[in-house]
Design a protein around this ligand. Structure first.
Ligand SMILES: Nc1nc2c(c(=O)[nH]1)N[C@H]1C(S)=C(S)[C@@H](COP(=O)(O)OP(=O)(O)OC[C@H]3O[C@@H](n4cnc5c(=O)[nH]c(N)nc54)[C@H](O)[C@@H]3O)O[C@H]1N2
Ligand SMILES: Nc1nc2c(c(=O)[nH]1)N[C@H]1C(S)=C(S)[C@@H](COP(=O)(O)OP(=O)(O)OC[C@H]3O[C@@H](n4cnc5c(=O)[nH]c(N)nc54)[C@H](O)[C@@H]3O)O[C@H]1N2
Ligand code: SF4
Ligand SMILES: [Mo]
Length: 568
């Protein structure tokens, strides 16, 4: 009997669930604390996906061997820095990083920064070095959970399930599922979270609620931080953030003498100064001493590989390009793995024009919008047919993937492709696959807590509300329950409040500085009236977004934009 029965969900999601094959069906593992016996609708969607069966060159089916030979020939005849290695997050298993080892040794241009959590991460690092989350038990032991710019019950439904009976406070311009489940919902104006954090700080000081012991022992610069909050009249914050002082009072009543956790999400940091905004929130948390208590703390998207030694590291002096600024057209060969930049990267028009100019190799499991521009397609083995380990950016548990299904005949895993290429170029091969897997499986990283907390002492943030007029809208994107970024259910609508004068099914042209596209309207009063909401994965929303990097981390800033809407 085959004793291999573990499957890790490979998808880019906080929960990183562990599945188990039982009588031909994959069930959520009961032993895995967060999975707790359940998998989600997106996992079911993933199992239904049709995988790419054959390699393709210029649209014609070819054998896997032929496709690999074409790739090698191309690489041998192109100058390495004119090739780009572009990896997305379609699969978050550690083995996905194998290929980077080859492309680094070979000399490809690599990307830096992120399309996801980079800005916020840089903000946390600036205050306390490492982006690591407290143990999940501290979230379970908290009394009040402040959900700040995160759609907690949707994007980490398993973490939510562990704490669903707590008291919630949500800070979000959209009336999300978790906002509806919250005692207090602060329907904040976009890009004003640092101002709300300063207002909170001011209130805390007035009510003598700051944690003097924490500040004394670990803090550096707390006085400066407090000074920033004192710079302007309290009532002025009410106007800019859209959060009433009475709601702030209610908030402080609710958290008085309570153990408080903040679960921070992407929403606060999709802006040019996303790092500073996040650091300001983290500084408020430190002012209150939420860090380092027996319960509570601040959770963000942690560096899941923290404390592990990269098993694929290799030396290289590769050029690096900021991922949101990539110009595909300036490379002779682009190797895209596990990504769908035609939908997920900013400035779609520029992405498509660039891909049309370059020789594009797509290495992935399913045919997505980016494949349409690929010259060569190499099928990647489905997650059921390759070994892997999933680390989580939400909690400390890992999930293991064994081979539970024979791999598709014409597919190749990331590990095998990397070794194949390393061999063809006479580079050192990777360590044995099982050795790498067992390293990740058995290593328990030491998560040293910080010793000093450096409060943000200066803030220079250009608010979007300055440019906002009665005629334009903030652009907001958030994740969809039934899709995983651009995978699965497509929802290409724009969601608007009923007091915008638009109606259901109106066809509208939406434009920004960066481009325009047509959308069909859905009216939804959960959306703040000056916001245009789209689900991440909307095929057209990124025609509107900036292909520029944030201030500190080479990362995307999808919401640093205002849009105009007209009937078309
Ligand atoms: N079902 C499902 N789960 C997923 C994913 C998915 O696609 N589908 N994607 C996964 C990935 S890749 C990631 S990175 C995570 C991200 O998960 P989350 O951190 O939850 O990220 P988002 O859904 O992008 O945004 C969260 C919230 O921020 C709010 N927001 C927008 N602008 C602002 C603002 O200026 N201030 C405040 N306070 N809030 C704002 C939005 O309205 C939204 O509700 O989820 C993962 N989980
Ligand atoms: N406007 C706007 N844009 C956004 C966001 C937003 O909130 N707003 N969110 C951003 C975020 S948080 C993220 S993380 C990015 C995600 O952007 P990407 O990393 O580009 O992710 P996806 O678009 O989901 O595409 C992933 C692809 O990986 C492929 N894949 C799946 N499994 C495997 C595998 O095992 N091997 C290989 N080789 N391929 C595989 C799938 O076929 C899928 O098409 O999008 C970002 N884009
Ligand atoms: S909740 Fe996330 S990790 Fe768990 S099965 Fe669904 S997509 Fe996968
Ligand atoms: Mo992400």
């Amino acid at each position: 009997m085959n004793s291999n029965n573990k499957v890790a969900c490979p998808m880019d999601c906080y929960d990183a669930c562990q599945g188990q094959l039982i009588d031909e069906n994959i069930k959520g593992s009961k032993e895995h604390k967060t999975t707790n016996g359940k998998l989600c609708v997106n996992f079911a969607n993933l199992l239904k996906e049709e995988n790419i069966k054959d390699a393709k060159f210029q649209g014609e089916n070819i054998s896997l061997d032929e496709s690999l030979n074409i790739l090698v020939d191309k690489l041998k005849t192109t100058s390495p820095e004119k090739t780009l290695f572009y990896k997305g997050s379609g699969n978050l298993g550690v083995m996905q990083n194998s290929t980077k080892n080859f492309f680094t040794s070979y000399g490809s241009t690599l990307t830096r920064g992120s399309l996801c959590d980079g800005g916020g991460g840089a903000g946390i690092e600036a205050g306390r070095k490492n982006v690591i989350n407290p143990p999940i038990q501290k979230l379970i032991d908290a009394d009040v959970i402040v959900v700040w710019g995160r759609n907690f019950s949707v994007t980490s439904s398993h973490m939510y399930n562990l704490v669903k009976d707590k008291t919630f406070v949500t800070i979000d311009p959209i009336k999300t599922d978790i906002a509806k489940k919250s005692k207090i919902h602060m329907q904040i104006n976009p890009k004003t979270d640092h101002e709300l954090a300063l207002l909170f700080t001011r209130f805390a000081y007035m009510q003598d609620l700051e944690d003097k012991e924490f500040i004394e022992e670990f803090g550096s610069g707390a006085d400066w931080f407090f000074d920033i909050s004192r710079n302007r009249p309290v009532v002025s914050y009410e106007a800019t953030t859209g959060v009433s002082l009475s709601l702030v009072n209610e908030f402080f009543d609710l958290i008085e003498n309570k153990k408080v956790a903040i679960v921070l999400g992407l929403g606060v940091q999709k802006y040019f100064e996303g790092a500073s905004i996040t650091r300001c929130i983290d500084s408020f948390a430190a002012f209150m001493g939420f860090h380092k208590k027996d319960a509570g703390g601040v959770w963000y998207l942690s560096d899941s590989a923290f404390g592990y030694k990269n098993q694929f590291e290799t030396k290289g002096k590769n050029k690096k390009v900021s991922i949101p600024k990539v110009d595909f057209g300036s490379y002779d060969l682009v190797f895209i793995q596990g990504a769908n930049p035609v939908v997920s990267a900013p400035n779609t028009k520029k992405v498509i024009e660039g891909l049309q100019k370059s020789f594009v190799v797509y290495f992935g499991t399913t045919a997505n919008e980016t494949c349409e521009y690929a010259d060569l397609i190499i099928p990647s083995t489905s997650f059921l047919g390759k070994k892997d380990v999933r680390l989580s950016y939400g909690h400390e548990f890992k999930a293991i993937s064994q081979i539970i299904k024979e791999k598709e005949t014409n597919s190749i895993s990331e590990y095998d492709l990397a070794n194949y290429l390393l061999e063809r170029f006479d580079f050192d091969k990777l360590k044995d696959e099982d050795e790498i897997i067992s390293y990740y499986e058995n290593t328990k990283p030491v998560l040293d807590d910080f010793e000093t907390f450096e409060f943000v002492e200066e803030l220079d943030i250009e608010p979007l509300y300055k440019e906002k007029t009665a005629d334009n809208f903030y652009l907001i994107t958030g994740k969809n329950k039934n899709s995983l970024n651009s995978q699965f259910a497509g929802d290409d609508f724009v969601y608007l409040n009923s007091n915008t004068n638009f109606k259901d099914n109106d066809e509208v042209l939406i434009s920004s500085k960066y481009g325009n596209a047509k959308f069909i309207v859905k009216i939804d009063d959960d959306i703040k009236s000056d916001c245009a909401f789209f689900f991440a994965g909307n095929k057209k929303v990124n025609y509107l977004t900036p292909d520029s990097e944030d201030e500190s981390s080479f990362s995307a800033m999808y919401q640093e934009v205002l849009v105009e809407i007209e009937l078309s």
